[in-house]
Write a protein that binds this ligand. Structure first.
Ligand SMILES: [Fe+2]
Length: 275
């Protein structure tokens, strides 16, 4: 039986900010829940950035409102924190609001397993070392899961690790260092240790992409409320990932996208030295 996963990313509930239409988030969450309940997926994944942050008190309220919106979903839900969930709030505060642990874990789902890689997504604001910093413990967790993987594995995170190009991205073309961990190359090396088919799924970059690195397809899903690709209207993006011998991914809404990829256990030949 294929594994069917409904996905929502970068909900960004709150005051509209730049091209993020946070004012549309809750009505769209109601529509997402209606769709997900009709589709009866095996689970729902929330890829993080549930809110647009303001301050601790406001963010607690916004996160609670999103958690309430998720209560309309029938399927089991697994959440990941994005950087905006962590600007003013701790992981523990998010856990308390969502009613689930937010540590990295592996879900055994029959033919597939899902590595919920809840790597630290906090952006350091210290001018000396501004940006993401991937804790060594998060890297080691990923490496160990990949080394010991016995079945096809979906790796889910907020921040993508493909290192894909950001040309044309409203947020990241001119700020590519905030689109990825500085340690992305080590995360990709950890993925390369797997001897099973691997698919990676992330949010954060607010566009639909497929990037294949070392035989591993990396997917990023458009934000629910982003508008930079949709002429100012919220993208209304939600997706279904169906995992069997292939991975079929369909994103609905104003920024539709569809891909079918066939991940294999084999990795690619190491690149040639400069010539
Ligand atoms: Fe986001």
């Amino acid at each position: 039986m294929p594994l069917r996963i409904a996905i929502v990313a970068d909900i960004h509930h709150g005051t509209p900010s730049h091209t993020k239409r946070g004012d549309a988030a809750l009505p769209l969450m109601a529509r997402f829940a209606e769709w997900a309940n009709a589709e009866t997926p095996d689970m729902v994944l929330d890829l993080g950035d549930r809110i647009s942050d303001i301050d601790e008190e406001t963010d607690l309220r916004l996160e609670r409102e999103v958690a309430q919106a998720f209560k309309a979903v029938d399927a089991p839900i697994h959440h990941i924190c994005g950087n905006h969930d962590r600007d003013h709030l701790s992981v523990a505060q998010n856990e308390e609001i969502l009613g689930q642990r937010l540590v990295s874990e592996v879900l055994d789902c029959g033919h597939w397993q899902i590595a919920l890689w809840r790597a630290d997504a906090k952006i350091c604001r210290d001018p000396e070392r501004r940006g993401f910093a991937l804790p060594e413990t998060d890297l080691l967790w990923l490496s160990r899961v990949m080394q010991s993987a016995q079945k096809p594995t979906l790796v889910v995170s907020h921040v993508p690790v493909s290192g894909h190009d950001q040309t044309g991205n409203y947020y990241f073309q001119r700020n590519p260092q905030f689109s990825r961990y500085p340690e992305s190359d080590r995360a990709r090396q950890a993925l390369a240790q797997a001897r099973v088919p691997v698919v990676c799924l992330a949010g954060h970059v607010h566009w639909n992409t497929v990037t294949t690195v070392d035989g591993i397809p990396h997917l990023t899903q458009q934000s629910l409320t982003e508008s930079f690709t949709t002429q100012g209207a919220p993208a209304e993006a939600w997706g279904m990932l169906t995992l069997s011998d292939t991975a079929h991914w369909q994103v609905h809404g104003r920024d539709p996208f569809e891909a079918r990829v066939t991940p294999t256990a084999g990795r690619w030949t190491p690149p040639l030295a400069p010539f």
